[in-house]
Design a protein around this ligand. Sequence first.
Ligand SMILES: Cc1cc2nc3c(=O)[nH]c(=O)nc-3n(C[C@H](O)[C@H](O)[C@H](O)COP(=O)(O)OP(=O)(O)OC[C@H]3O[C@@H](n4cnc5c(N)ncnc54)[C@H](O)[C@@H]3O)c2cc1C
Length: 401
Amino acid sequence: MTTQPVLIAGSGPAGSLLALYLSQQEIPVILFEKQPDLPVDLRASTFHPPSLEMLDELGVADAMIAKGLKVDRYQYRDRRTKEVAEFDMGLLSDDTRFPFRLQLEQYEMTRIINQQLANYPTAQVLFSHEVLGFSQDDNGVTVLVNTPDNEKQFRGSFLLGCDGASSQVRKAAGIGYGGFTYNEKFLVVSTPFPFEQVFDNLSYVNYISDPDEWCVLLRTEKLWRVLWPTDPAEANPAQTYLNDQYIQQRLQHLHAKAGDYDIGHKTLYAVHQRVAERYVQGRMVLVGDAAHINNPLGGMGMNGGLHDAHNLAQKLTCILKEGASYPELFAQYERQRKDLAVEFVQQHTIANKQMMETKDPEQQQKRQQWFMETAADPSKARAFMLERAMFNCLRDSLQQA
Ligand SMILES: Cc1cc2nc3c(=O)[nH]c(=O)nc-3n(C[C@H](O)[C@H](O)[C@H](O)COP(=O)(O)OP(=O)(O)OC[C@H]3O[C@@H](n4cnc5c(N)ncnc54)[C@H](O)[C@@H]3O)c2cc1C
């Protein structure tokens, strides 16, 4: 077995999962994180059942579940007709040990994993270490890292680019990130206001349509979070949409109440649909957002990255412990995760957005009708939830040789 460490750029969900999996296999790792500590930003908050199964293999699912919110039903609501299509995730009880979505901030997961990593002497986590570039030869990779002291070189067997959508590793490899960026931005606002007390039978994950606007209303373990699209024609989006008065109006439109809402945080962010041209270059492999990015409707971004990381960790274990050929297994990773999984995620997330944003009353009615009928039929509802929870794309991708 090689004693060279696997070098991992980025301690987000993908890099953290890889670091823990490999450490548990007694494979040495160095995890470089450019920030001085684990980033605490409000991003993904939904863990689908297959991701929970993978995290359970690593022994961290229980701690996550104890901290998070188990959501065993989700709803598509039409504010015009007041119809609610509710999907009961209990119908997946024979399919998974985790028939629910776990609502938990992604940084809580990376914190739990990083606490575990401290138990492995072969795992080094280096904060304030920014990967700048790399070179490779037949025996390994050399990575140039900006450290608090100076620029240093580190040597390892492989480099895993888990450094997010603006990946420096991907750029250093000269790999393009094709696709598009939507004209409109998404506004996300959190509030402690108890929406569950004012909306009848509200679940903790809701997709809400309206004649004029749509939104996603979901509860994390800490606060309610509302996501709205914004007008792409707005000349000064940040000034307009991050304005408290504007946010109060949007929240009052969602539910009119006396007095202002307390606002926890507000973010306006660009929404992309992009996929790296290649995931592999010799001994370098891209994982998670470094490889693909999509709109957050359906919660497939982080989950897809966790599935990449789990797939690659299994292959690295075969390569480093059993002497399997890395070019072959990395090529298979690219086929499984790029050609199949990403195709599914890109198509579904684009379709989810189109479906939510239609303003045509006839289309809106058809869409709600479809949700109502599907939710009411247990066999159709199960099939729908298996797809939305990413079971199908994972199964299909693993069947790809
Ligand atoms: C507002 C918002 C809501 C979202 N909601 C959801 C959701 O509900 N469900 C879902 O599945 N997804 C969601 N996503 C997407 C999700 O957050 C990402 O898919 C996920 O964070 C990707 O994980 P990652 O580990 O690939 O990258 P990241 O989480 O971006 O982590 C990359 C890490 O690398 C570090 N880094 C960057 N460059 C370097 C470098 N050169 N050297 C060393 N370290 C570096 C960064 O500091 C960071 O810690 C959302 C995203 C946003 C913005």
